[in-house]
Design a protein around this ligand. Structure first.
Ligand SMILES: C[S@@+](CC[C@H](N)C(=O)[O-])C[C@H]1O[C@@H](n2cnc3c(N)ncnc32)[C@H](O)[C@@H]1O
Ligand code: SF4
Length: 457
């Protein structure tokens, strides 16, 4: 790791930008070149008796959704996907050779569309993972599903492999919106997919929905939520559409005039939340909803909810090992991200080189601020002094307290003892409020301006 990366905040580039979603802290924007020997050392130093989580990034999709903000590539043929699985298997073996056969508590397949994998390829990958890691006590094994790519056979193969949670990309049920985002999938397809998951015994289902998409109105949102309620998924993620055409060129295919404005977006989210809550869903964090029997609720009630790259999670493991292009590993020593370019990723693994390209060593101060931000993002409240004490380090929060007091004056926050709580009025500004504790975020703008004017996209 170069000098710039190990030095503290002053060294690190400070620039204005969109508000982070804080799926990690420091965010991936702060990652710098990472030497592979540092990453390998972190892998080798992982405690042998602690369970880890595994993340597999399958970057391929059959078709491009124009709203997509994920790291993915379209492959019209299956050949490259099959070849990719061969290489992913090599990466599993390479990493396990460094870590030893660690126990695993959580497995997550994300993408792209992991459901593009044929059952045989999924099975041979899981067989190798099982060989290299101890999967005897996996608590949650989740796969992200594009409903257009699964059938009964595939879903049965997930159950056989031990998958116990499926996350379905639904987005929106309105046909005009579906046409405008190039993502057409009928209600019947979702009915069939849900029936297949039920038959396979996979009952923990998440729906991904999005608000702020083209041509969505309060009426269409209401209809989408009502149709969703017909399926009663145990969990729902309701994301705000992130329109970043300068970064994701294909989003230019979505005309600006078709998009709801910030005020309409907020109204859409508020309406969806209201209907979901009226129907028994508990609101969790920024954008998740869950029914009482979903483990996310118990985790939340126990004060153990965490935020990771996949969003809100009950996974409390200190280590997440990422496989596949762009996958991020989070280890006690720091973050390491695999090279994102698929071709370069394949080359690196095939030539037995580490795929880790970027990352960041974590300082004690980073870890303290990470816990503060994660607590805020999960619970809308935080006691900075309590967390500071638990980390046994010194820090003067004067600047942060000045900003928090401005939020109290604006009624976006209130203080109870040393606990700062975000009020109902302040909830829409969660991400802006969290920036107060982000040591890499440009703090020159006034916090109230930041709440009102900075992009949530
Ligand atoms: C990797 S995809 C899920 C699996 C599968 N590829 C699919 O689309 O069904 C993860 C989720 O990210 C969300 N997503 C993708 N692009 C987004 C964007 N620009 N803004 C907000 N959410 C987005 C969608 O809800 C999507 O279901
Ligand atoms: S939203 Fe999902 S299916 Fe659509 S392009 Fe993105 S990753 Fe692929």
């Amino acid at each position: 790791m170069n000098q710039k990366n190990t030095a503290l905040t002053a060294e690190r580039a400070i620039k204005p930008r969109r508000l982070p979603r804080y799926t990690s802290y420091p965010t991936a924007l702060e990652f710098d070149a990472l030497e592979s020997n540092i990453y390998d050392l972190w892998l080798k130093q992982l405690p042998k008796d602690e369970a880890v989580s595994l993340y597999f990034h399958i970057p391929y999709c059959e078709k491009l959704c124009w709203f997509c903000g994920c790291f993915m590539a379209v492959s019209h043929k299956y050949g490259p996907v099959e070849n990719f699985v061969d290489v992913l298997i090599k990466e599993v073996r390479q990493k396990a050779a460094k870590t030893g056969r660690l126990k695993v508590s959580h497995i997550h397949f994300g993408g792209g569309s992991p459901s593009i994998l044929k059952p045989d390829d999924f099975k041979r990958l899981i067989d190798v993972v099982n060989d290299c890691f101890d999967l005897d006590n996996v608590d949650e094994f989740a796969v992200e599903i594009d409903p257009r790519t699964v059938d009964q056979l595939k879903i049965m193969s997930y159950a056989k492999a031990g998958v116990n949670r499926a996350s379905l990309g639904i987005q929106d049920f309105n046909l005009k919106t579906q046409q405008t985002i190039n993502r057409i999938q009928s209600l019947e397809l979702i009915e069939e997919t849900m029936a297949n998951f039920k038959k396979a015994g996979i009952e923990r289902i998440n729906f991904d929905l999005i608000y702020g998409l083209p041509y969505q109105t309060l009426d269409t949102i209401k209809d989408t939520i009502n149709k969703t309620l017909g399926f009663r998924p145990s969990r729902i993620a309701l994301f705000g559409y992130a329109h970043v055409p300068h970064m994701k060129k294909h989003q230019q295919l979505i005309a600006n005039h078709s998009l709801p404005d910030q005020h309409q977006r907020q109204a859409q989210f508020d309406l969806a939340r209201e209907i979901l809550q009226e129907n028994g869903y508990k609101s969790i964090g920024l954008d998740h909803f869950a029914l009482g029997d979903d483990p996310l609720i118990t985790t939340y009630d126990q004060g153990k909810l965490r935020r990771n790259f996949q969003g809100y999670t009950k996974d409390t493991s200190d280590t997440l090992i990422g496989f596949g292009p762009s996958a991020i590993s989070s280890m006690p020593g720091g973050y390491g991200q695999n090279i994102a370019d698929i071709k370069l990723y394949l080359q690196k693994i095939n030539s037995a080189h580490s795929p880790a390209a970027r990352g960041l060593s974590l300082t004690d101060q980073d870890k303290m601020f990470r816990e503060i931000i994660s607590t805020l993002m999960c619970y809308f409240e935080v006691d900075p002094d309590k967390i500071l004490k638990a980390h046994h380090i010194e820090y003067d929060f004067t600047e942060q307290f000045i900003a928090l007091n401005k939020l109290i004056d604006a009624r976006y926050m209130k203080k109870e003892g040393s606990l700062y709580k975000i009020t109902k009025e302040g909830r829409p500004y969660l991400r802006a409020i969290a920036t107060i504790f982000d040591q890499y975020f440009d703090q020159s703008s006034d916090i109230i301006d930041r709440c009102i004017h900075e992009s949530e996209g």
